[in-house]
Design a protein around this ligand. Structure first.
Ligand code: SF4
Length: 328
């Protein structure tokens, strides 16, 4: 099992397969194609698969595929199918903006994808379209969510990053959506990984505030975590369907149980979401290194995984790579 110097078992890999996206979200640099990495810098499907096999050999069990928008990249379904066939990988999930889910949900399920998370900033159609700068996107994403439920990719989780002054007024709207469609809505505290470096603590809507906004209206009951390294606090509704998750990396950090590492679309290994250093495993693979040499390289890096983020420390430095280029 891959372990770091703090004794944490690392069995969770997040792979960003592209920095391209079909949305043009107002707050996101990926909205401008000039910011895309040159294609030759992106790992090929074969390279991603080789890396995933090497990682599975080291004890990685869960893989989450992210982007940019992963469903945009040609060959994604075949890639997902081959990922799910890798020995040792027993959980395959995808994070998407949901726009292409209607077309792809069935194929994803047949390819072996078990779960899907859909990122949404607003539960109001007109605002959603304005944020993504994509007309009709809200309705299309909701149809995609329905398609994912029909394809058995449930429980479908909706990821909502709450930013004060932007969408904190939508907490109850999203809670209603969770109840009406029997979804898991996960509210995520705003993290300092934004493109504009506009993050400050005052803009963070905390776990306590989120709970306080929902519970008086829709009483919540706490649910146990599926596993210790799960990032979300889980709550069911006392009177019915749906679930609320609260991911609170700022007000209630969970780094002590972290089991995650990440690989970016251009082949950089990040041992923490907030790593200030990146490691070019893609170049190591392209340099002719054997699988055993790549394994050793990864084991060494993971052993020195950071204890946690330093968001609450006076010496915190925001990483230069922003969320869209990390993939979540
Ligand atoms: S901030 Fe880093 S150490 Fe903490 S949970 Fe996230 S990836 Fe793990």
């Amino acid at each position: 099992m891959l372990q770091d110097s703090y004794g944490r078992d690392i069995h969770d890999l997040r792979i960003s397969v592209t920095d391209r996206c079909n949305f043009r979200c107002v707050y996101c640099k990926s909205a401008d194609p000039r910011n895309y990495s040159p294609h030759h810098n992106l790992l090929t499907w074969e390279e991603f698969l080789r890396l995933a096999r090497i990682m599975a050999g080291l004890g990685i069990r869960k893989i989450r595929v992210t982007g940019g928008e992963p469903l945009l990249r040609d060959g994604i379904i075949d890639f997902l199918a081959r990922l799910s066939e890798i020995e040792g990988i027993n959980d395959l999930a995808v994070t998407t903006n949901g726009y292409l889910l209607t077309e792809k949900a069935g194929e994803m399920a047949r390819a072996g994808v078990r779960r899907v998370n859909v990122s949404m900033d607003s539960a109001r159609p007109e605002k959603f379209a304005a944020i993504s700068r994509t007309p009709g996107s809200f309705e299309r994403v909701l149809r995609g969510v329905d398609a994912a439920l029909e394809a058995g990719l449930g429980p479908v989780k909706i990821n909502v990053v709450l930013v004060r002054g932007f969408n904190e007024g939508e907490i109850l709207g999203f809670a209603k959506l969770a109840r009406e469609k029997n979804l898991v809505v996960r509210f995520i505290e705003f993290m300092p990984l934004d493109a504009d470096h506009a993050w400050n603590r005052a803009r963070v809507v905390t776990a306590e505030e989120i709970f306080g906004a929902i519970d008086p209206v829709f009483p919540l009951v706490e649910l146990p975590r599926h596993e210790a390294s799960e990032t979300a606090l889980r709550f069911g509704f006392a009177d019915g369907k749906g679930e609320i998750g609260i991911v609170a990396p700022v007000s209630m950090p969970f780094c002590g149980q972290c089991s995650r590492i990440r690989v970016t679309a251009d082949g950089k290994l990040r041992t923490c979401l907030f790593s200030l250093a990146e490691h070019n495993v893609g170049r190591v693979m392209r340099s002719g290194a054997s699988d055993a040499e790549v394994q050793k390289y990864i084991e060494r890096l993971v052993y020195h995984k950071e204890p946690g983020h330093r968001i609450n420390e006076p010496d915190f430095v925001q990483p230069s790579r922003t969320m869209v280029y990390i993939g979540g």
